[in-house]
Design a protein around this ligand. Structure first.
Ligand code: F3S
Length: 113
């Protein structure tokens, strides 16, 4: 069961999780990072290092964050609907286009409440 990055990462993008991943399966998007669901070896090294507690095993997501399992998976689908397997993230890569279902500016909304 792969690990998943949840909404706490949106507009934070600390990035320290990428230094703990032995297979570089954490990829940068425009507003958050995403864990590749088939490249992830489920070691869990990234889970405890995130300063905003954004990373969970897929089967440990609470109901409010369950959508992020789909978001982390679908962001790697190519135009043909097949899983893109880039083979490991590097800083030289252009950030991936974010998943269209990413919540809109959740931190700004939280502040407004
Ligand atoms: Fe995001 Fe936390 Fe990694 S904020 S980039 S999941 S360290």
């Amino acid at each position: 069961m792969a690990l998943v990055i949840q909404g706490q990462c949106i507009d934070v993008k600390d990035g320290i999780c990428t230094t703990s991943c032995p297979v570089d399966c954490i990829y940068e998007g425009e507003r958050m990072f995403y864990i590749h669901p088939t490249e992830c070896i489920e070691c869990g090294m990234c889970e405890s290092i995130c300063p905003v507690d954004a990373i969970r095993y897929e089967d440990e997501l609470d109901a409010g964050n369950a959508i992020f399992a789909r978001i982390n998976r679908e962001v790697f689908l190519n135009d043909a609907g097949e899983m893109d397997e880039p083979g490991g993230w590097s800083r030289a890569m252009t950030p991936r286009r974010d998943h269209p279902d990413l919540p809109v500016r959740p931190r700004l909304l939280e502040q407004a409440i």
